[in-house]
Write a protein that binds this ligand. Structure first.
Ligand SMILES: *[C@@H]1O[C@H](CO)[C@@H](O)[C@H](O)[C@H]1NC(C)=O
Ligand SMILES: *[C@@H]1O[C@H](CO)[C@@H](O)[C@H](O)[C@H]1NC(C)=O
Ligand SMILES: *[C@@H]1O[C@H](CO)[C@@H](O)[C@H](O)[C@H]1NC(C)=O
Length: 167
Protein backbone atom coordinates (compact mmCIF):
# COMPACT_ATOMS: atom_id res chain seq x y z
CA UNK A 1 0.00 0.00 0.00
CA UNK A 2 2.75 2.43 1.02
CA UNK A 3 4.64 1.52 -2.10
CA UNK A 4 1.62 2.10 -4.32
CA UNK A 5 0.96 5.50 -2.83
CA UNK A 6 4.55 6.61 -3.27
CA UNK A 7 4.67 5.22 -6.81
CA UNK A 8 1.51 7.13 -7.63
CA UNK A 9 2.92 10.28 -6.08
CA UNK A 10 6.08 9.95 -8.19
CA UNK A 11 4.00 9.67 -11.33
CA UNK A 12 2.03 12.75 -10.38
CA UNK A 13 5.16 14.65 -9.54
CA UNK A 14 6.86 13.68 -12.76
CA UNK A 15 3.80 14.61 -14.79
CA UNK A 16 3.56 17.91 -12.99
CA UNK A 17 7.23 18.70 -13.55
CA UNK A 18 7.16 17.63 -17.17
CA UNK A 19 4.09 19.71 -17.87
CA UNK A 20 5.86 22.69 -16.40
CA UNK A 21 8.92 22.00 -18.53
CA UNK A 22 7.06 21.57 -21.78
CA UNK A 23 5.33 24.84 -21.04
CA UNK A 24 8.61 26.46 -20.10
CA UNK A 25 10.38 25.32 -23.22
CA UNK A 26 7.60 26.69 -25.38
CA UNK A 27 7.81 29.99 -23.59
CA UNK A 28 11.50 30.49 -23.34
CA UNK A 29 13.35 29.49 -26.47
CA UNK A 30 15.34 31.64 -28.77
CA UNK A 31 16.91 35.03 -28.55
CA UNK A 32 16.19 38.24 -30.43
CA UNK A 33 19.96 38.72 -30.84
CA UNK A 34 20.01 35.73 -33.08
CA UNK A 35 17.00 36.28 -35.24
CA UNK A 36 18.84 34.63 -38.10
CA UNK A 37 19.17 31.28 -36.39
CA UNK A 38 16.21 28.95 -36.38
CA UNK A 39 14.24 28.68 -33.18
CA UNK A 40 16.11 26.27 -30.99
CA UNK A 41 14.30 23.74 -28.90
CA UNK A 42 15.07 23.81 -25.21
CA UNK A 43 14.38 20.08 -25.31
CA UNK A 44 15.22 19.12 -21.77
CA UNK A 45 12.47 16.74 -21.07
CA UNK A 46 13.03 14.23 -23.85
CA UNK A 47 16.30 13.19 -22.25
CA UNK A 48 16.75 11.26 -19.03
CA UNK A 49 13.15 11.67 -17.97
CA UNK A 50 12.62 8.00 -17.43
CA UNK A 51 14.72 8.25 -14.30
CA UNK A 52 13.88 10.24 -11.24
CA UNK A 53 17.53 11.08 -10.73
CA UNK A 54 17.04 13.77 -13.33
CA UNK A 55 14.81 15.69 -10.94
CA UNK A 56 17.13 15.35 -7.97
CA UNK A 57 20.50 15.90 -9.62
CA UNK A 58 21.92 19.38 -9.42
CA UNK A 59 25.30 20.79 -10.27
CA UNK A 60 27.18 23.97 -9.34
CA UNK A 61 27.07 27.06 -11.48
CA UNK A 62 28.48 30.49 -10.90
CA UNK A 63 27.06 33.69 -12.26
CA UNK A 64 29.07 36.89 -12.68
CA UNK A 65 27.33 40.20 -13.14
CA UNK A 66 29.94 42.21 -15.02
CA UNK A 67 29.08 45.89 -15.22
CA UNK A 68 32.05 48.21 -15.92
CA UNK A 69 29.87 51.27 -15.14
CA UNK A 70 29.37 50.46 -11.45
CA UNK A 71 31.48 49.52 -8.40
CA UNK A 72 32.22 46.73 -7.81
CA UNK A 73 32.54 45.88 -11.49
CA UNK A 74 31.97 42.18 -10.87
CA UNK A 75 29.53 40.51 -8.53
CA UNK A 76 29.77 36.71 -8.32
CA UNK A 77 26.92 34.47 -7.22
CA UNK A 78 27.05 30.73 -6.75
CA UNK A 79 24.12 28.37 -6.98
CA UNK A 80 23.12 24.87 -7.91
CA UNK A 81 21.18 24.26 -11.05
CA UNK A 82 18.96 21.32 -11.92
CA UNK A 83 20.50 18.77 -14.27
CA UNK A 84 19.57 19.91 -17.80
CA UNK A 85 17.76 22.88 -16.22
CA UNK A 86 17.67 26.23 -17.98
CA UNK A 87 19.77 29.22 -16.93
CA UNK A 88 16.65 31.23 -16.12
CA UNK A 89 15.86 28.66 -13.41
CA UNK A 90 19.30 29.15 -11.82
CA UNK A 91 18.93 32.94 -12.01
CA UNK A 92 15.54 32.79 -10.33
CA UNK A 93 17.02 30.65 -7.56
CA UNK A 94 19.83 33.18 -6.98
CA UNK A 95 17.32 36.03 -6.96
CA UNK A 96 15.26 34.20 -4.37
CA UNK A 97 18.27 33.40 -2.16
CA UNK A 98 20.28 36.59 -2.46
CA UNK A 99 18.71 40.03 -2.19
CA UNK A 100 21.67 41.66 -3.96
CA UNK A 101 20.84 39.94 -7.25
CA UNK A 102 17.81 41.09 -9.22
CA UNK A 103 16.88 40.90 -12.86
CA UNK A 104 13.94 41.53 -15.14
CA UNK A 105 13.05 40.00 -18.47
CA UNK A 106 10.59 40.91 -21.15
CA UNK A 107 8.66 38.42 -23.20
CA UNK A 108 9.32 38.56 -26.91
CA UNK A 109 6.46 36.98 -28.90
CA UNK A 110 8.82 34.88 -31.00
CA UNK A 111 11.94 34.43 -28.91
CA UNK A 112 10.64 34.21 -25.35
CA UNK A 113 12.15 36.10 -22.44
CA UNK A 114 15.19 38.27 -22.93
CA UNK A 115 17.16 40.15 -20.28
CA UNK A 116 16.12 43.75 -19.73
CA UNK A 117 17.82 44.73 -16.48
CA UNK A 118 20.27 43.22 -14.02
CA UNK A 119 20.83 44.56 -10.51
CA UNK A 120 18.64 47.55 -11.30
CA UNK A 121 20.52 48.57 -14.47
CA UNK A 122 18.48 48.31 -17.67
CA UNK A 123 19.89 48.00 -21.16
CA UNK A 124 19.00 51.17 -23.04
CA UNK A 125 18.60 51.04 -26.85
CA UNK A 126 19.01 54.83 -27.10
CA UNK A 127 22.43 54.49 -25.45
CA UNK A 128 23.21 51.30 -27.35
CA UNK A 129 23.60 49.28 -24.16
CA UNK A 130 22.35 45.77 -23.48
CA UNK A 131 23.03 42.75 -21.30
CA UNK A 132 25.17 40.24 -23.14
CA UNK A 133 25.26 36.56 -22.21
CA UNK A 134 28.72 34.95 -22.14
CA UNK A 135 29.84 31.65 -20.67
CA UNK A 136 33.27 30.47 -19.58
CA UNK A 137 33.27 26.68 -19.84
CA UNK A 138 34.98 24.45 -17.30
CA UNK A 139 38.05 24.19 -19.58
CA UNK A 140 38.39 27.99 -19.77
CA UNK A 141 36.97 28.50 -23.25
CA UNK A 142 34.62 31.47 -23.47
CA UNK A 143 31.53 31.13 -25.61
CA UNK A 144 28.62 33.36 -26.55
CA UNK A 145 25.56 31.09 -26.51
CA UNK A 146 23.30 31.53 -29.53
CA UNK A 147 20.21 31.38 -27.32
CA UNK A 148 18.91 33.54 -24.49
CA UNK A 149 18.65 32.98 -20.73
CA UNK A 150 15.37 31.11 -21.15
CA UNK A 151 16.95 28.51 -23.40
CA UNK A 152 20.59 28.16 -22.38
CA UNK A 153 21.24 24.96 -20.44
CA UNK A 154 24.36 25.43 -18.31
CA UNK A 155 26.95 22.65 -18.15
CA UNK A 156 28.32 21.64 -14.77
CA UNK A 157 30.79 24.27 -13.51
CA UNK A 158 29.95 26.82 -16.17
CA UNK A 159 30.73 30.40 -15.25
CA UNK A 160 27.89 32.40 -16.71
CA UNK A 161 28.66 36.07 -17.30
CA UNK A 162 25.97 38.72 -17.68
CA UNK A 163 27.94 41.59 -19.17
CA UNK A 164 26.67 45.13 -19.55
CA UNK A 165 27.84 45.85 -23.09
CA UNK A 166 27.62 48.39 -25.90
CA UNK A 167 26.70 47.73 -29.51
C1 LIG B 1 35.16 40.79 -14.32
O1 LIG B 1 34.82 39.50 -14.79
C2 LIG B 1 35.15 39.32 -16.17
C3 LIG B 1 34.57 37.99 -16.57
O2 LIG B 1 34.97 36.95 -15.74
C4 LIG B 1 36.65 39.41 -16.34
O3 LIG B 1 36.98 39.25 -17.70
C5 LIG B 1 37.11 40.78 -15.86
O4 LIG B 1 38.53 40.86 -15.92
C6 LIG B 1 36.67 41.05 -14.43
N1 LIG B 1 36.96 42.42 -14.10
C7 LIG B 1 37.36 42.81 -12.88
C8 LIG B 1 37.64 44.25 -12.68
O5 LIG B 1 37.47 41.99 -11.96
C1 LIG C 1 24.97 37.39 -1.98
O1 LIG C 1 25.98 37.53 -2.99
C2 LIG C 1 27.08 38.33 -2.56
C3 LIG C 1 27.98 38.51 -3.80
O2 LIG C 1 28.57 37.32 -4.15
C4 LIG C 1 27.78 37.67 -1.40
O3 LIG C 1 28.86 38.49 -0.97
C5 LIG C 1 26.79 37.47 -0.26
O4 LIG C 1 27.40 36.73 0.77
C6 LIG C 1 25.56 36.71 -0.77
N1 LIG C 1 24.56 36.67 0.28
C7 LIG C 1 23.91 35.55 0.59
C8 LIG C 1 22.86 35.69 1.64
O5 LIG C 1 24.15 34.48 0.05
C1 LIG D 1 36.57 23.35 -24.24
O1 LIG D 1 35.38 22.59 -24.36
C2 LIG D 1 34.57 22.95 -25.49
C3 LIG D 1 33.25 22.19 -25.39
O2 LIG D 1 33.46 20.88 -25.01
C4 LIG D 1 35.32 22.67 -26.78
O3 LIG D 1 34.54 23.02 -27.89
C5 LIG D 1 36.62 23.49 -26.76
O4 LIG D 1 37.37 23.20 -27.91
C6 LIG D 1 37.43 23.19 -25.51
N1 LIG D 1 38.57 24.09 -25.45
C7 LIG D 1 39.79 23.70 -25.11
C8 LIG D 1 40.83 24.76 -25.07
O5 LIG D 1 40.03 22.53 -24.84
Amino acid sequence: MGFKVSALLSVFMLTYLLTAMVFTSDQTCGSPDFARSPKVSCGIWHQDVSTRSYIQDTHPMSLVVYNPTVTPVNMTYNTNIAHRGILLGGMRRIQKDNKTFTFTTEEHPDYGPFLVSVNGVPGDPSKHTYWELLVTLKNGTEIRPNVGVGCYIPNPYDKVILKFSKW
